[in-house]
Write a protein that binds this ligand. Structure first.
Ligand code: 5AD
Ligand code: SF4
Length: 444
């Protein structure tokens, strides 16, 4: 009999990928995914620790499942609660102490051991289990084969990070940087293509520093990997995220010009427009370095659009530093951006810096920055009006007779189209633009 698995994912794309891989593992044990927790036999919470009081949120959300679990037990069945991800890694002791009804807790590097842990529970060898190790053997070597869950898929090509930006918890929760070998990635991409993936997002915390082994055991680089993935039939669109500004090589810039499958859209977080703050953040580039990379990218691919991440109110950020961020945004212009108030992460160097900025100031700066970024985002969408663009149709629209898809710039487009077009790339003329969604009609 098939059992049911409900997965709830918080945080970044890497977590979305990890959740999909946990579902792959559980599928081999006879679990099928469901999108409601009600009938689930197992619930996995995949948590994020990057900002704010993530653990508090998780505890309160998890609390909902406690009565459900107790009710199940009375019926003589069980509901297995698994908590995975970075919150567990960062706060393992605290976590197990507080969430007594959690059966299994796993860090991001140990979820391939889920079957073993489950077996131990079932054999009543343990009441509750936690595994937050960083095993020497990569989890990637023991994951079962994956398959597409739609036309867009994520593929992790790298894990962890060695950059140690002074605000960031990732090097502590996900561990040291590890680049998967080229052949393994290409093999996984092939399976994804064969099972329906057309838009492939290559994932890594510092993805343009990927340096996995090639078939001869020599270090490779992202431009070679992307070229290899671009050879795969069925893959129409290639993206990669997240890039580190100073790790771009000329070959990587050239691939935006030379490989049509590489989308003209790049997420390139700058974090701040002040060189003083960048230094304190331990970001190893200046604003001039960043703008030079952007200039080269735009020369190679004039229609490229950028997105970025920003942090406001990093310790010691002055009004003048913040002005410089606004100035940089005006100079570079972004199609889309993510911006956050600085959030001290326990154990990171920035959390111990003296001049922490008051919440109110962080908030005011964030508001001012977001207004500017939104203006640029809206202007970018407006420019699409009456233009033709390729749209990969991915899902049903809310209105009957419509499908929703994405442009090369990841904009959502509602297209009047029959079901038979789902999964296809069509040429669309944009007839309406709004802040977050576009509308359009297929042109023959
Ligand atoms: N506070 C605020 N934002 C953060 N980010 C990472 N760590 C923090 C933090 N401590 C942001 C960065 C990063 C994005 C994924 O999250 O902008 O690029
Ligand atoms: Fe965190 Fe910096 Fe690594 Fe990105 S590059 S994951 S911000 S330490």
């Amino acid at each position: 009999m098939t059992k049911k698995l409900f997965v709830k994912t918080f945080g970044c794309q890497m977590n979305v990928y990890d959740s999909a891989r946990m579902a792959d593992i559980m599928r081999t044990l006879g679990y099928e995914q469901t999108d409601t927790p009600d009938a689930a036999d197992m619930i996995i919470f995949n948590t994020c620790h990057i900002r704010e009081k993530a653990s508090e949120k998780i505890f309160s959300e998890l609390g909902v499942f406690k009565p459900l679990k107790e009710a199940r037990r009375k019926e003589g069945r069980d509901l297995i609660l698994v908590v995975a991800g970075c919150v567990v890694q960062a706060e393992s002791d605290e976590f197990m102490k507080r969430a007594k009804f959690v059966d299994i807790a796993l860090g991001p590097q140990t979820y391939h051991r889920l079957p073993e842990m489950l077996a131990k529970l079932e054999r009543k060898k343990a009441k509750r289990l936690i595994d937050v190790e960083f095993p020497a053997v990569s989890k990637f070597d023991s994951l079962p084969e994956t398959r597409s869950n739609g036309v867009s898929s994520f593929l992790a090509i790298q894990e962890g990070c060695d950059r140690f930006c002074s605000y960031c918890v990732v090097p502590y929760t996900r561990g040291a940087e590890y680049s998967r070998p080229l052949a393994d990635i290409v093999a996984e991409a092939r399976v994804l293509a064969e099972t329906g993936t057309k838009d492939l997002m290559l994932l890594g915390q510092n993805v343009n520093a990927w340096h996995g082994e090639d078939e001869n055991g020599k270090e490779s680089d992202l431009s070679r990997l992307v070229a290899a993935v671009a050879e795969i039939d069925g893959i129409e669109r290639i993206r990669y995220v997240t890039s580190y500004p100073s790790d771009f090589t000329d070959d990587m810039i050239a691939m935006h010009r030379d490989i049509p499958k590489v989308m003209p859209y790049l997420h390139l977080p700058i974090q701040s427009g002040s060189d003083v703050i960048l230094k304190k953040m331990n970001r190893r580039y200046t604003t001039a370095d960043y703008e030079r990379v952007v200039e080269k990218l735009r020369a190679a691919r004039p229609d490229i659009a950028l997105s970025s991440d920003f942090i406001t109110g990093f310790p010691e950020e002055t009004d003048e530093d913040f002005r410089q961020t606004l100035d940089l945004v005006r100079r570079v212009t972004f199609a889309q951006s993510y911006s956050f108030k600085y959030s001290p992460r326990p154990g990171t160097p920035a959390a111990a810096m003296k001049n922490q900025i008051p919440e109110s100031v962080k908030g005011e700066r964030l508001e001012e920055l977001q207004a500017l970024l939104l203006e640029q985002h809206a202007a970018f969408n407006m420019r699409m009006l009456n233009r033709e663009t390729d749209v990969l149709l991915e899902a049903d629209g809310h209105r009957a007779g419509t499908l929703i898809g994405h442009t090369p710039y990841m904009q959502n487009v509602v297209v009047r189209a029959p079901q038979s077009e789902k999964g296809k790339t069509v040429r669309v003329k944009i007839t309406k633009t709004a802040a977050t969604t576009l509308e359009g009609d297929i042109v023959s």
